[in-house]
Every structure is written in C-alpha cells, then in structure tokens.
Write a protein that binds this ligand. Structure first.
Ligand code: 9YT
Length: 130
C-alpha cells in the first residue's frame, strides 16, 4: 500500500511548476507506482489562462476549490468550473482553462505521467518512458 502526504512532495521533483507560469502540479502518483494512472493535486493561479490539448493522454479533473471556466476550441463553448465540478477530456478536447480565483484541481492522467512532464507548444504532454 502506498501512503503519501502532500507536505512530503512540496519542493521535491514531484512538485512541478509549468513553464507558462500558470500552474503547479504536485504529482502524488506516477507511472513508476504501477497504478496505471497518475494522480495530481494541481493549482491554477488566479487571473491566468492556459492552453491545453492532451493529444496523448486522457485527463479527468475534479475541482475542490476556486472558480474558473473552460473555453472549448474551436467551438467557443464555455463551461464554468466551481467546487464539485468534474470534467473528463474523453475526446482529447482542446481547450483554454481560465482561473478567475485560484483553482485547486485533482487530476488523473491515463497513461500515467512519468515525472516532470511540461506542456509543449500545443499544450500537450509527450508520452515518456521512465
Ligand atoms: C487541468 C490541467 O491539466 N492543468 C495543467 C496541469 C496538469 N493538470 C498536471 O500536470 O497536473
């Protein structure tokens, strides 16, 4: 059984800050843990917009704090995000994620991330081996 505390991850290699400067991802479970998914406690900084397009991954997101919205690309459809909102990018949906207040999101990735992945210019993560 694996037991981890967020406090033990802060400031380690599993505490990843995006190059965009718009988010921090505290990676609680990674590929090496053998669960078949990775699990992240993600902060989206207030007043930011992040372009995301996970071409190689499926992501489910559950908001536990804050306020924001998603704009789907190219349709422009707006989806509000507040505590209790879950969204799953089951179609590798391209989108813009905006935080009007700091968002705290529980994020699950399949396939699991391996470590310190950051977004490429399209907002995707590469598929990496350990
Ligand atoms: C919602 C989202 O995808 N934000 C970007 C960071 C990502 N969740 C991660 O690596 O934890």
């Amino acid at each position: 059984m694996l037991v981890r505390q967020l406090d033990d991850i802060l400031g380690t290699d599993a505490d990843v800050k995006g190059e965009t400067g718009t988010w921090a991802s505290r990676r609680l479970l990674l590929k090496k843990d053998g669960m078949g998914f990775s699990l992240h406690d993600t902060i989206i900084y207030p007043g930011t917009e992040t372009h995301l397009w996970y071409k190689n991954h499926l992501e489910a997101v559950y908001c536990i704090h804050g306020k924001g919205e998603i704009e789907l690309v190219p349709s422009g459809e707006l989806i509000p995000i507040k505590p209790g909102t879950m969204y799953a990018l089951d179609k590798h949906d391209e989108h813009l994620l905006r935080a009007s207040e700091e968002l705290r999101l529980v994020c699950v990735f399949n396939p699991p991330l391996t470590g310190r992945e950051d977004h490429d210019e399209d907002g995707a993560y590469p598929v990496l081996d350990d």
